[in-house]
Ligand binder design. Structure first.
Ligand SMILES: [Fe+2]
Ligand SMILES: [Fe+2]
Length: 471
């Protein structure tokens, strides 16, 4: 073994010490990952001491160990949730058969593709967020950003582990490619469009963690149902971490709403120009950001009608999120009503699973909005309540792709659509204004003026705690 103490460097519960082949593969990959992190990870903060959560085991006491760490020294570990004894496949045509501990030959390339697609999003989001440290609204927020970044790095490790451990040589090649593609790169972009959108301000970060990380949650939930047991166990553990990312999004946007309402009260007006002049985000502007990121994330679920997702389900590779909530797990005689530009269609449910997933995702997205809207109503501005855009709005994939539809879901003329688009999503001017708010605040306990402080700090520490020591 060349110099790496695995128990020390790579906390894991996959018995790495006793698997020479895997060790060698990871030994080869790890320095490339560290290079990638130094080159494509968060800028200028590599020497900072960051108060981070590290998983050292999967039990209640081990998955959230807190302490100050310099990020390149973060102990990215490999963890699978505990096995379920005698687990069987819970859906599809192989329902009831034992879950697979190895990759079935006939599903090898499809499973590899699913793992690579999921794996690609993890480093992509680190790349998208790498410059945000320059404009953090507080040390508390900076710490949360870095926590998300290291965990996305760990999620990459989780997928690379599967590729190395179960897919031999092509798995190792895919693991290299995961570090070779880069977000927004014209020659070698990330696989999914949303992960090539730049995230250049914190309002976008909060939207991204609210909408796009939540897509991640739903993808992980459906992969957690997989008949391929190592994938299922990996995803189950990733979900515990993913929850924090959505927490950052939901509380972040909630704090923006709170601050906006404070300013409206202080000034006695809901005039967007005056709110902006006061250095806060007006709710109309926030609505545009929600429209942009929600519609962009909806595309991640794929086409309304999909024979791939039908096959993945029928073959036991990818289930529905929370599969046990349904009665019928085989879906060979079930139909689903879809609305397409051609009108209502009844299709086999098997072919509409992307839509089924999108619907449950949207229900989950509603929860935060209800909470924010309660505060907006209480403050006396019910007309400014925030809404999710229609699933037909600004779609680039599926039956509604390229259709001129407004955020309410009504088809409008192409002319109407083009002339109103920037009343629905952020215009250049809106983005410039948001950028103007992005001033770096790094004095412990201080907050930028465009968002309220959080209700509490991290791990029972006060909000004023120096979460990042920048030196
Ligand atoms: Fe992730
Ligand atoms: Fe995430």
């Amino acid at each position: 073994m060349s110099g790496i103490n695995y128990a020390e460097k790579i906390p894991n519960n996959v018995n790495l010490v006793n698997d020479r082949t895997l060790q060698r593969a990871l030994e080869h990959w790890r320095p490339k990952f560290i290079d990638w992190w130094r080159g494509m990870g968060p800028t200028d903060s590599q020497g900072a001491d960051v108060y981070l959560r590290t998983a050292v085991s999967v039990d209640a006491g081990g998955w959230a160990q807190y302490g100050a760490v310099k990020m390149p020294d973060y102990r990215w570990g490999i963890f699978l949730a505990d096995p379920v004894a005698a687990r069987t496949i819970g859906f599809g045509d192989a329902m009831g058969q034992p879950a697979w501990q190895q990759v079935p030959g006939e599903y090898r390339s499809t499973l590899r593709r699913l793992i690579v697609t999921q794996g690609d999003t993890e480093p992509a989001s680190v790349e998208q967020q790498r410059l945000l440290g320059h404009s953090c609204p507080s040390l508390y927020d900076l710490r949360n950003l870095f926590q998300i970044n290291v965990e996305e790095g760990r999620h990459l490790w989780a997928m690379v582990y599967l590729l190395h451990a179960y897919f031999g040589r092509d798995g190792r090649e895919e693991a290299e490619e995961l570090l070779a593609r880069h977000s927004g790169d014209t020659d070698k972009p990330r696989i999914l469009t949303t992960f090539n959108e730049p995230i250049s301000d914190w309002l976008s970060l909060f939207c991204f963690t609210y909408f796009t990380d939540r897509d991640g949650k739903y993808q992980l939930k459906s992969l957690a149902e997989s008949g391929f047991d190592p994938l299922s166990r990996t995803c189950r553990f990733m979900l515990t971490e993913e929850a924090h990312h959505m927490f950052v999004g939901e509380t972040g946007l909630g704090r923006v709403v709170k601050r906006s309402l404070e300013v409206m009260k202080e000034l006695g007006t809901d005039d967007p120009a005056r709110i902006r002049a006061h250095g806060a985000v007006d709710l109309g502007l926030l609505q545009k950001y929600l429209n942009f990121w929600c519609s962009s994330s909806l595309d991640l679920f794929g086409s309304e009608i999909s024979s791939n997702s039908a096959a993945n389900f029928a073959n036991g590779l990818k289930g529905r999120p929370d599969e046990t909530q349904y009665q019928d797990h085989v879906l060979r005689s079930s139909t689903f009503k879809l609305f397409t530009p051609e009108g209502e269609q009844e299709v086999p449910t098997l072919n509409a699973l992307n839509e089924v997933m999108r619907e449950s995702y949207l229900k989950d997205c509603e929860i935060g909005l209800k909470r924010w809207n309660r505060n907006i109503e209480r403050a006396g501005f019910p007309a400014l309540a925030l809404k999710l855009p229609s699933t037909r709005f600004r779609r680039a994939i599926g039956a509604w792709a390229g259709q001129p539809v407004n955020p309410h879901g009504n088809v409008v003329s192409q002319e109407d659509y083009s002339s109103n688009l920037y009343a629905w999503i952020p215009s250049e001017q809106d983005r410039t204004f948001v950028k103007s708010l992005m001033k770096r605040v790094v004095e412990p306990g201080k907050m930028a003026g465009w968002l309220a402080p959080p209700e509490r700090g991290v791990n029972n520490l006060p909000v004023e705690y120096e979460y990042v020591k920048l030196h």
